[in-house]
Design a protein around this ligand. Structure first.
Ligand SMILES: [Zn+2]
Length: 445
């Protein structure tokens, strides 16, 4: 979605992007109760971590970030409108349901066969994957001990689906251009959003939909139980750069599944290195005040091919190729003294337009790594991180910094065994620690 919004901005389209934060649903209520904290306290941690990761990956913030718990009155209003339109009904326990039979177009987005649909059968789970659709919960009556709101339609809390319809229409109007989401949300969630909205507005809810495929990890679904579960900060703490994670994640078009591997991450690291080195070389080269028609043409072609690929349903994989071709051509031209000062300007402009969407050439990698290290220290993960970094082949500067920081902490806590262990581990890898009054310094032998 960041690629999409940056591309739209690059082409001069004004973007008003609304992102919702689902900060109340079945899972949240269950998990917060298990953790013994109010839902606001529970969700806040995840929201913060989420936005920190987005910042690390240089994902632009949407114009509007809307939390479900801050829009309850809009949801209540929508349920009331649905009831008035005959598309919602209340059950004995005080919950409200959407009447599927009231919306004959149900299923038009996912093109599901709903012939087995039973009239009046209900589901009150936020997430369900039944093939046959059911009347779904709009508003759930309060249960003892659960978070709830006192409203005109009774005491309770919103269902997950109504949150999105209410917030989307609040900020974008009854009909808007584009709705994005993960492929898993098409059914039932997005079908439900359409049904809830169009039943009262009688206008198309979203004119276009884009669904992103899930990523795979080593060819399999990423899951905690499979043990192939990675987080952005986890990868940063392994010594990978934020830019490499970004480039890897956007290396295939959104309609394709990206298969995450560490080889892919290393390839991304190398590709970024090539681009950055080239840009430095280009800037530093002393060039004649002239232009080379061949390079002018190559720059124009690269720019045109790049934009054409992105225009073709955001084909990000094809968009890369002309840029790397241009880098090769220009490198050869510099070697042969054929590149002139105005060619440099033309090529830098192409690189800038590439980076407006890809955001990997300009180096902003230090901050996310530093932040991840701080987080690891604050949450007591430093020793876990450090040993992982030692285990990984490449001992990056960040890895050494982390170990040295952990050693200082261990000494402060009088854990001299651990401090010595770190010194020895580093020594084995050719890194010497020198203690001074200003703290520990290190150098490679
Ligand atoms: Zn939604």
């Amino acid at each position: 979605m960041d690629v999409l919004r940056r591309f739209l901005e690059l082409t001069g389209i004004r973007v008003r992007h609304v992102m919702n934060v689902t900060d109340v649903d079945d899972k949240i209520i269950r998990n917060a109760a298990a953790a013994g904290v109010p839902i606001g306290e529970y969700t806040q941690r995840f929201e913060q971590a989420f936005f920190e990761d987005l910042d690390a990956l240089r994902v632009e913030r949407p114009e509007i970030i809307a939390r479900a718990t801050e829009h309850i009155p809009r949801m209540v209003e929508l349920v009331q409108r649905l009831a008035a339109a005959g598309a919602a009904y209340q059950t004995e326990d005080g919950s409200w349901y959407f009447r599927l039979a009231a919306f004959p177009d149900y299923g038009k987005l996912s093109k599901k066969d709903l012939s087995g649909m039973e009239d009046g059968a209900r589901v009150d789970l936020d997430e369900y994957e039944k093939d046959s659709a059911r009347d779904f919960a709009l508003w759930k009556a309060a249960k003892p001990g659960e978070t709830s709101w006192d409203t005109a339609i009774g005491r309770g809390r919103p269902g997950w689906h109504i949150e999105c319809s209410a917030m989307a229409m609040e900020y974008l109007g009854e009909s808007f251009d584009l709705h994005c989401g993960g492929e898993d949300l098409m059914f039932p969630h997005h079908e439900n959003e359409i049904a809830q909205s169009e039943s009262v507005t009688h206008k198309p809810f979203a004119r276009h939909w884009m669904h992103v495929r899930f990523l795979l990890v080593d060819g399999r679904k990423m899951s905690k139980s499979e043990g192939n579960f990675y987080t952005v900060r986890g990868l940063l703490l392994k010594g990978y750069k934020a830019s490499a994670i970004r480039l890897a994640l956007i290396s295939v078009p959104y309609r394709h599944q990206y298969n995450f591997t560490f080889e892919g991450l290393t390839e991304a690291t190398n590709a970024i290195e090539r681009l950055r080195t080239f840009r430095q070389r280009l800037i530093a080269a002393s060039l004649e005040e002239d232009e080379n028609p061949e390079l002018q043409a190559a720059s124009q072609k690269a720019q045109a091919d790049y934009m054409a690929a992105l225009n073709n349903d955001l084909n990000i994989a094809e968009a890369r190729a002309p840029i790397f071709d241009l880098v090769r051509t220009a490198n050869t031209a510099i070697d042969q003294g054929q590149l002139k000062a105005s060619d440099r300007e033309a090529i830098l402009a192409v690189l800038a337009s590439f980076d407006a969407v890809f955001c990997v050439i300009e180096d902003h990698d230090a901050e996310p790594t530093r932040h991840a290290l701080e987080w690891a220290a604050e949450t007591g993960r430093m020793s876990e991180v450090a040993s992982e970094l030692v285990a990984s082949q490449a001992l990056t500067d960040e890895a050494i910094e982390a170990l040295v920081a952990e050693r200082s902490l261990a000494k402060k806590q009088r854990n001299f065994a651990r401090a010595d262990q770190i010194r020895n581990e580093l020594a084995e890898k050719g890194v010497v620690i020198e203690d001074s009054k200003d703290g520990a310094r290190w150098k490679r032998k």
